[in-house]
Design a protein around this ligand. Structure first.
Ligand code: FAD
Ligand code: MLT
Ligand code: ZN
Length: 479
């Protein structure tokens, strides 16, 4: 069947705006966020309802066309990008962006999967509550994509990953079955927790069309501190001190090296005068919804202990909302700063907190041994044991060639080090298309076998995002 006949068939299911087949408009959906790969498709479909998603999936299965779900297309590992075959269509959830319901007493929000994260945060805040998921891409990523990648971000140390916020789900399976489990329950031990199958599955097990998310009390007080670390400051011990002595009111503990901060501040219009000590810098935030707690007093006590221990050289408390925002901007602009300087080869590793210093020491030696002229931008969610250990692309290098060279050599050494410390090659960015070989290299064989069986059970014909994460188990396969 020709593409035009297939497009006609999809048009029958959707209205005119629901099918995009103009190559120029399609092009904005087929390249991944980091511009490392461009796939091919003959149409982008934009359903407006869950039923339309189900109809699309059924028709695609009948026509043997693959389906790639897409939210904001901010995936860092090519998870939302179709392959080069031209035999996969993109299903963009962008028209399904409603806030369905906020239930303040149940502290939950029910949304369409295409809702932009920032809009969901704002809707919760309007109701006096907090959606505790926050990341640099929040202005463009969508809830379905956050679920697909099990997004983490900037307050995981307090609130957990997307997985921990998910109460209910609505999703379409590979045969068009609709799973409708939009419940707000904290407790529901009635068999398998099916909704969790979709979390981190990167569009390979179903298309999420709706979600119920857990909300938290909206902090009314915050204290934000920028710490300049002394040489050799022990990050995990400092974190433990802050957690303990703040009665665990810590919501953020973000580590940054001097180079990462400089990249960010160079890219800002009004950069704050923040910098790093010899051991780097940490952005710490405590938050509380109680008006009776003296957070500034708490942080001052904590910091004076850290100074006495010789771990921090200097610390500034944000004195206004504007100062706080500037500190946050300096942290959140790091990826953009890297991008402006020809980009970086990203290593989104995590290790147990007790091993973070060992990782930094060993990885530093590996980088020095690999090439004396390599520059690093190292920062991340150290509160979660997660570092973005990025190698900057030299300004005179071809970005793609350099990326391929590092990924084939140094990256594997760094991942070996993370693995040897009980860590992982992907803490929060996922596997997608780009990191499948790493899953094969580092994944436990039994776990991969289980993943392939789950994929086969949910999607035996491999319709959903084929080529991402894992292929289904087939009867002839020997694991
Ligand atoms: P997409 O990129 O569109 O899709 C991601 C994956 O989910 C794909 O495999 C796709 O097929 C699948 N998917 C999308 N929608 C659905 C759906 N409805 N149903 C089923 N599957 C679906 N990640 C973090 O965890 N923490 C960070 O701090 C962080 N910071 C970032 C900062 C920047 C500037 C950028 C560009 C990215 C960052 N990311 C971060 C990576 C990225 O994972 C997140 O931005 C986000 O979770 C992806 O959402 P999205 O809507 O863009 O998904
Ligand atoms: C972040 O924490 O800023 C992102 O996950 C890392 C990145 O954008 O490279
Ligand atoms: Zn991150």
């Amino acid at each position: 069947m020709s593409y035009s006949v297939q497009i006609h068939a999809f048009r029958e299911l959707l209205d005119q705006t629901g099918v995009v087949d103009d190559p120029e408009r399609i092009a904005t959906y087929t390249t991944d966020q980091r511009q490392l790969f461009t796939g091919s498709t003959f149409a982008v479909l934009k359903p407006a309802t869950t039923k339309q998603v189900a109809d699309i999936v059924k028709l695609a299965a009948r026509l043997s066309i693959g389906v790639v779900p897409q939210g904001g297309n901010t995936s860092y590992c090519g998870g939302a990008t179709p392959d080069a075959s031209g035999r996969q269509i993109i299903v963009s959830l962008e028209r399904m962006d409603r806030i369905r319901e906020i239930d303040p007493l149940s502290m939950s929000i029910s949304v369409d999967a295409g809702a932009i994260l920032k809009n969901v945060q704002d809707a919760a805040a309007d109701a006096g509550l907090l959606l505790p998921l926050s990341l640099g891409a929040e202005g463009s990523c969508r809830i379905g994509g956050n679920i697909g990648t099990n997004a983490g971000g900037l307050s995981v140390v307090k609130y957990g990953m997307t997985r921990d916020l998910l109460l209910g789900i609505e999703a379409v399976l590979a045969d068009g079955t609709i799973v409708s489990d939009m419940r707000k329950l904290r407790k529901n031990n009635t068999g398998y927790d099916v909704k969790q199958c979709f979390v981190g599955s990167e569009g390979t097990l179903g298309i999420v069309t709706g979600a119920v998310l857990r909300l938290a009390p909206l902090p009314t007080r915050r204290t934000t501190a920028w710490l300049k670390l002394a040489a050799g400051a022990p990050l995990a011990e400092l974190l433990a001190l802050v957690r303990r002595e703040s009665a665990d009111l810590l919501t953020t503990f973000e580590f940054m090296t001097a180079r990462s901060i400089a990249l960010a501040t160079d890219a800002m219009t009004n950069p704050p005068s923040v910098g790093a000590g010899p051991g780097g810098a940490v952005l710490v935030e405590l938050a509380s919804s109680s008006n009776h707690l003296d957070l500034d007093g708490l942080i001052e006590g904590v910091l004076s202990e850290a100074v006495e221990s010789g771990w921090i050289e200097d610390a500034f408390l944000a004195q206004s909302g504007a100062q706080r925002a500037a500190m946050w901007e300096a942290r959140e602009t790091i990826p953009e700063g890297e991008k402006r300087c020809n980009g970086s080869v990203k290593h989104d590793i995590s290790v147990p907190l007790s091993a973070i210093q060992r990782f930094l020491d060993a990885a530093g030696s590996q980088v020095r041994a690999y090439g004396t002229n390599l520059e690093l931008s190292v920062y991340g969610h150290v509160g979660d044991g997660n570092l973005h250990y990025n190698v900057l692309v030299p300004s005179n290098a071809d970005r793609i060639e350099f990326t391929r060279e590092i990924e084939g050599g140094l990256s594997l050494q760094l991942y070996d080090t993370a693995a040897s410390l009980g860590g992982t090659f992907s803490a929060e960015h996922g596997v997608g298309r780009f990191k499948k070989h790493l899953l094969e290299r580092y994944g436990d064989a039994g776990r991969i076998a289980a993943m392939r069986r789950i994929k086969a059970a949910f999607d035996p014909a491999n319709i959903l995002n084929a080529g991402a994460v894992v292929r289904p188990f087939e009867p002839d396969d020997v694991d």
